[in-house]
Design a protein. Structure first.
Length: 134
């Protein structure tokens, strides 16, 4: 009989962010990233990162608005108590905002994340979030 190997895994991230609109559509901001990695493809670790960047929201005159953005920063990867690594991170993506009111919107999109000390770029299949505006 032949033996095989399993190659599966999942990641989970919570990424609260804060932004300031410098001109119509252009935001400058930052985010805190806290996540976990599970399964054979990962070392079952925890990641903590701080990133800063820009996001541009296209004004379509409707409740649905596309956006693009790029963030860069640093991330600490804690695989276990004996293995902690700091890495540079570049996060580029886009999606749509769906306004629920003048102050709240849902966001959907895709992103590519490059961690500069590990394997090549990973592409997030999608993300979902809630945005609040003052």
């Amino acid at each position: 009989s032949a033996s095989g190997s399993s190659s599966n895994g999942a990641t989970f991230q919570l990424r609260p962010s804060l932004g300031y609109s410098v001109i119509d559509g252009l935001e400058i901001g930052g985010l805190l990233s806290v996540g976990g990695q599970f399964g054979d493809l990962y070392s079952n670790g925890v990641t903590i990162g701080v990133l800063a960047g820009l996001r541009y929201v296209f004004d379509t005159g409707s409740r649905v608005m596309p956006f693009v953005g790029a963030y860069g920063g640093t991330e600490i990867i804690i695989a276990d108590t004996q293995n902690t690594v700091t890495a540079g991170v570049l996060d580029v993506g886009g999606g749509i905002l769906v306004a629920l009111s003048n102050h709240v919107a849902l966001s959907f999109g895709i992103e590519a994340v490059v961690v500069f000390i590990t394997s090549p770029a990973t592409v997030t299949a999608g993300f979902f979030g809630v945005s609040a505006f003052l």
